[in-house]
Design a protein around this ligand. Structure first.
Ligand SMILES: *Cc1c(COP(=O)(O)O)cnc(C)c1O
Length: 377
């Protein structure tokens, strides 16, 4: 049997990407602006329902700009999910601000509304009301966003949604990234659609998105010479990459369908196996793009088989798997940040595993994964 590497999540082109790239080439729009950038931004608006979008060089850049636009400065506190990728937290540090890390709840694995409110009350008591909240939708799963927004609104703290993993996911039919002040998207190589590298900031606030474009192009004032009154950044998306993005947007719904089919494939396997549970939609309000299918393994119920046993067995078969995100409060670089929670994210990290979830998995690859899983369990 063919033993080629099966990736966790790899790029999957739709077919029309080259057409848009070629257009850019033919018209010499090889710049961080141009018709593909405008077209891609329109596509993102139409798809998410956000009124405005700015295409950027990365999701990390989008988070950085969102925090700048919300006025976060050195010494300010920003509340953020501890259970995430470091790119959620790094931009807080770029600004000299202080990450306040919030634990997950058990249903969606995302920010716990109760821990969020406890943290806000405590920070206010300590005399430093947080300037912003960043919630994350891990593996595409929507958070308890209504409850989170209720807390944010009660204390009047703006919400940034890190929807880098959740393009195509909705809560009660509304796209993730459109509940708070800003939504952040990523088109990195392993995301549900990719521009090889890229991101976007989405919002209903026209002025803010215009300002994000201004800051992302070195904050150039309106003058014939180069004139600057603010510190700027080089964060705009290239017109070539936006061409890939336009092609990818044509197949996004198909990709969501394929990733959801992967989840179903795994669910059928694990429904028959004691001690392995999946990250699932709590009810029909939640619609996940299932960017990655993730499981929890309880060795007390699997006859001692642990997450690591499964990961190593699949690795032996040349199948890539990855433990869940290591919480940020356990990371050496963020270990001095205040943390509010009850250890939920720590337990998820200890027991959790992401399984191969590419939209381009073949039946033969799925068969190999199934055999390997049944072998170890
Ligand atoms: C990928 C990712 C980012 C960063 O996006 P880049 O485009 O890689 O900078 C931020 N947050 C989360 C949760 C991500 O998964």
């Amino acid at each position: 049997m063919n033993n080629n590497k099966i990736w966790l999540s790899s790029p999957h082109m739709g077919g029309n990407e080259m057409k848009y790239v070629q257009e850019a080439y033919a018209t010499n729009w090889i710049a961080p602006l141009g018709p593909n950038v405008n077209g891609f931004e329109k596509d993102l608006q139409n798809y998410t329902g956000a009124k405005h979008a700015s295409a950027l060089s990365s999701g990390t850049a989008a988070i950085h700009l969102a925090l700048i636009l919300l006025g976060v400065k050195s010494g300010d506190e920003v509340l953020a999910s501890t259970f995430t990728f470091s790119a959620t937290i790094n931009p807080i540090k770029y600004l000299g601000a202080i990450p306040i890390l919030i634990d997950s709840e058990k249903e969606t694995w995302n920010m716990c509304p109760k821990a969020l409110e406890e943290a806000i009350i405590d920070r206010i008591e300590k005399g430093n009301k947080p300037k912003a909240i960043i919630c994350v939708y891990l593996y595409g799963m929507p958070a308890k966003i209504e409850a989170l927004m209720a807390v944010a609104n009660k204390y009047q703290i703006p919400m940034v949604e890190d929807a880098a993993e959740a393009l195509g996911s909705t809560y009660k039919g509304k796209a993730m990234g459109t509940f708070g002040e800003f939504g952040v998207l990523s088109f990195n190589g392993n995301k549900i659609i990719t521009t090889s590298a890229g991101g976007a900031l989405i919002s209903d606030d026209k002025e803010m998105i215009e300002k994000s474009r201004f800051l992302a192009t070195q904050a150039r004032d309106d003058a014939p010479h180069y004139q600057h009154s603010e510190v700027g950044y080089n964060y705009r998306m290239s017109n070539i990459l936006a061409g890939i993005g336009r092609g990818q947007m044509e197949v996004l719904d198909e990709r969501v369908g394929q990733r959801r089919a992967n989840f179903k494939f795994y669910k059928e396997i694990f429904d028959k196996i004691q001690g392995v549970t999946l990250l699932e939609e709590p009810n029909s309000d939640y619609f996940s793009n299932f960017w990655l299918t993730a499981i929890l393994v309880d060795p007390l119920k699997t006859n001692g088989v642990s997450r690591e046993d499964i990961r190593l067995e699949l690795e032996k078969e040349n199948i890539e798997c990855r433990p869940l995100w290591k919480p940020m409060h356990l990371q050496p670089v963020f270990s001095d940040c205040p943390y509010y929670g009850t250890g939920v994210s720590e337990e998820l990290f200890e027991k959790g595993l992401c399984l191969p979830s590419g939209s381009n998995l073949t039946d033969a690859e799925r068969f190999r994964i199934k055999l390997a899983l049944q072998n170890v369990l």
